[in-house]
Design a protein around this ligand. Structure first.
Ligand code: ZN
Ligand code: ZN
Length: 186
């Protein structure tokens, strides 16, 4: 018996390569280099890409929407955190530890509703980053803004920077809120 009784397959992308493998979705023969091992078995790159396109269904406007929602809520909560946390002395860290993730969860939910629960590839990263940026901005406006309203020159906003950055309790708070947002969004 000649051994060509078993039909040999060649890779759809590399006609010179014999293979035993088929994509388990479209059945196309693929070589090892063209195969992607997924949770449901080997698939061709085209099928994997198609699957991701369906999974990530965000509209182009969803990223800016997520950023604006997270930044505005972050600024409000941030200003509040700068104003309140410091009054608790060392307990401010404990408070940050408990309230940070909770606040992050609420902001994540607001973002999720804002983008109508669509899934985006960079959505959680953008929302978490915008939240931290918003919180720092909230502190800057709280310290610098109030001083400027009281008659200080505009440059005072820069003078308020150290007060914003050397507040480890609020930075811990912001970091925990951001990681909760990152963990909860898809
Ligand atoms: Zn395929
Ligand atoms: Zn191939």
């Amino acid at each position: 018996m000649p051994d060509n009784a078993v039909p040999t397959l060649t890779c759809a992308n590399h006609p010179d390569r014999e293979t035993m493998l088929r994509c388990n979705k479209c059945e196309k023969p693929i070589c090892l280099q063209c195969a992607v091992l997924t949770e449901v078995g080997y698939r061709c790159k085209e099928c994997v890409r198609g699957q991701q396109a369906i999974y990530f269904n965000a509209e182009p406007t969803d990223l800016p929407i997520a950023a604006v929602i997270a930044a505005i809520l972050g600024a409000l909560v941030g200003a509040l955190a700068y104003a309140v946390l410091g009054r608790f002395g060392l307990y401010s860290f404990l408070l940050a530890l408990f309230v940070g993730p909770f606040v992050g969860g609420i902001i994540a939910e607001a973002v999720r509703r804002g983008v109508r629960r669509r899934r985006g590839r960079h959505l959680k990263l953008v929302a978490a980053g915008a939240c931290v940026g918003g919180m720092l901005l909230g502190g800057l406006l709280l310290y610098g803004g109030t001083a400027i309203l009281a008659g200080a020159p505009l440059g005072y906003l820069l003078a308020a920077l150290p007060a914003v950055f050397f507040r480890l309790d609020v930075l811990l708070f912001a970091g925990l809120a951001a990681s909760a947002i990152y963990a909860r969004l898809i």
